[in-house]
Design a protein around this ligand. Structure first.
Ligand code: FAD
Ligand code: FMN
Ligand code: FES
Length: 526
């Protein structure tokens, strides 16, 4: 959010995801799917950390005087809306009341159908907080115009139109994709519903209330269409799919320029479609190799596209098992078509039971690859499953002087050392002392750095404490732009749309990373 306020001049209002008084886990992955060009469905399930925790996050944000923080809240009744509003009022410039999410039983669109409840909740939040309140409605509402009028009569400053439509069920082959089975539709497919909703409501409420128009906005002509229908402000969601921080900024600047200049195309397609690969690629397991009861390798029949060894350096795929879930994994070796997996929870446990011939689906690849660090020797530091990302990176730099410092809890988790030895010098460490140095892998950094010569490039991959500690040691040997790392952030959509993988510096690990430079990790929110 801070990055949006600071770095994207055309963005005047930032709307938060919807927040409830109590934390809510939301649905398991997959949560976001593309079912046609520019057409998406999502079922995030109103995941949020709860009002108190979100307040702490928002307190760190500085909102410029000419910008507006619109905090979206939801609840199951009047009391729970009010409870969230009371907590968040000190940081909000205004509230948006979510009466329109179509995929969470007991919330959102279910409440929006009860006109008198919308009226009562709106009146109560306005009276309690004294802040501007916008009411967000669904295009599916039979009594859309009358509900909008009721919200304005109750004191709302305006309306946000529209939320996602539906819900709908998106399937690949015979399998529903979203873990919730159904989700809200967004993007190009719903622009006609959004335009119709804005036109209808503007006629009903008259010229004064603010209307934020959204639903399928991707190009200047869409903004003008919403303005023509009666909107004064314009929201963008799905069109940001697959845009990293830099391209998102470029997108908004082009959108504003094109709108003001009255041009149609500005180098961007007139669609919410994204270059991000979101199709599911079916493949099968050729072989499963168990290193021990909690670590195994899968050799796959095929990978999507024309991949060569080293081309998956710093990238990752999602594996989707219909009916089970979807989780991110690095390709261990393109040549071998392999993935190495550590069993940590439900998904990885189910994966560990699959036999040769079992079918699974890949989505990707995602990630920016490894930032170009310039010439020089490399010191790779891998801990736990972080090791699985390092072989492709080593392949990418094949021919250079390379050191692989590989750490694991025990000997059996130090896999395929011969492959690494084909690329460079290997030093190992284990927590239990069963192989290599007894202790954390970062204790090997100094030795390798001295052997690597002046200003080696460091590539770190593993748990956050390991990577952060490694950064501190490596700063003694190399400038910050030669220190690179990847920390395993919760990664759900992979295309920059759900915000779950945000790093402390505000970058999205899935789309800006997952490998980032030391400085990019360090830049904290002000
Ligand atoms: C870019 C990236 C590449 C990865 N590559 C590999 C790999 O090559 N091999 C490997 O074994 N693991 C890898 N992981 C981690 C792997 O995705 C998680 O271990 C897996 O999602 C756990 O799912 P689960 O249902 O078994 O566990 P859960 O019961 O869901 O959770 C157990 C723990 O796993 C982590 N986790 C859960 N969901 C996610 C998620 N969506 N994203 C990230 N972490 C999560 C959390 O720390 C959680 O506490 C990678 C993660 C990322 C982000
Ligand atoms: C992944 C995703 C998450 C969303 N989360 C919320 C939310 O928390 N609260 C809300 O009111 N709308 C939410 N929306 C709906 C959008 O704000 C927007 O109303 C809708 O997607 C239509 O705009 P678009 O076609 O530009 O995406 C979400 C949409 C997407 C795609
Ligand atoms: S995982 Fe959704 S934004 Fe990165």
């Amino acid at each position: 959010m801070q990055k949006c306020f600071d770095e994207i001049p055309p963005v005047g209002v930032v709307t938060t995801k919807s927040i409830s008084f109590a934390p809510r886990a939301g649905y398991a992955e997959p949560i976001y799917v593309r079912y046609g060009p520019g057409c998406y469905a999502n079922a995030v399930g109103l995941a949020n950390p709860g009002a108190e925790a979100f307040l702490k996050e928002l307190e760190t944000i500085e909102i410029p005087a000419d910008k507006f923080l619109l905090v979206s809240i939801f609840g199951s009744d009047l009391e729970s809306f009010l409870a969230a509003a009371r907590v968040l009022a000190p940081v909000a410039d205004g509230f948006e009341l979510n009466f329109s999410c179509p995929h969470a039983a007991g919330y959102g669109a279910e409440l929006g159908q009860e006109l008198e409840l919308v009226r009562a909740i709106t009146r109560a939040v306005v009276a309690e907080t004294g802040l501007p309140v916008l009411v967000k409605l669904s295009p599916m509402l039979a009594a859309l115009a009358r509900t909008a009028e009721a919200a304005i009569e109750a004191g709302a400053a305006g309306l946000t139109l529209i939320n996602t439509a539906g819900p709908g069920l998106v399937a690949v082959e015979e399998h529903p994709v979203l873990s919730n089975r159904v989700g809200g539709l967004s993007g190009d497919a719903i622009r006609p519903l959004g335009l119709r909703a804005v036109e209808l409501v503007r006629k009903a409420v008259g010229p004064d209330p603010v209307i934020i128009g959204m639903g399928g906005i991707a190009a200047p002509e869409h903004v003008r269409q919403y303005a023509q229908a009666g909107a004064n402000l314009f929201g963008v969601g799905s069109a940001l799919t697959g845009l990293d921080s830099r391209r998102m900024r470029d997108f908004f600047i082009a959108l504003e320029r094109g709108t003001v200049a009255g041009v149609g195309r500005t180098g961007y397609e007139r669609s919410c479609d994204s270059a991000a690969p979101m199709d599911y690629f079916p493949t099968r397991i050729v072989q499963r190799i168990d290193f021990d009861e909690s670590l195994f390798k899968l050799i796959l029949e095929d990978l999507p596209g024309e991949l060569r060894p080293g081309s998956m350096a710093g990238k990752f795929f999602f594996i989707w098992l219909p009916g089970v879930g979807e989780k991110p994994f690095a390709i261990f070796s393109v040549a071998e078509k392999s993935i190495v997996v550590r069993v940590v929870g439900n998904f990885t446990r189910r994966l560990s039971t699959l036999e040769s011939g079992a079918k699974l689906y890949l989505r990707g690849p995602y990630g920016q690859g490894v930032p170009d660090p310039g010439p020089g020797a490399l010191v790779h530091v891998g801990g736990g499953t972080g090791i699985a990302s390092l072989f492709e990176i080593g392949e990418h730099f094949r021919g250079r002087l390379q050191f692989f410092l590989l750490g694991a809890r025990t000997r059996t988790h130090l896999f395929d050392l011969d492959k690494f030895k084909g690329l460079g010098t290997v030093l190992t460490a284990t927590d239990d002392g069963s192989a290599g140095r007894h202790g954390p892998v970062i204790e090997l950094v100094e030795q390798a750095a001295l052997e690597a010569g002046e200003h080696p490039i460091f590539i770190n991959c593993g748990p956050a404490p390991m990577v952060e500690r490694a950064f501190e040691i490596e700063r003694r040997f190399s400038p910050p732009d030669r220190i690179i790392g990847s920390i395993e952030y919760l990664t759900s959509c992979g295309v920059g749309i759900c915000g779950k993988c945000a790093t402390p510096s505000g970058m999205l690990s899935c789309i800006d990373g997952p490998f980032l430079r030391w400085e990019e990790f360090q830049a904290r929110r002000r």
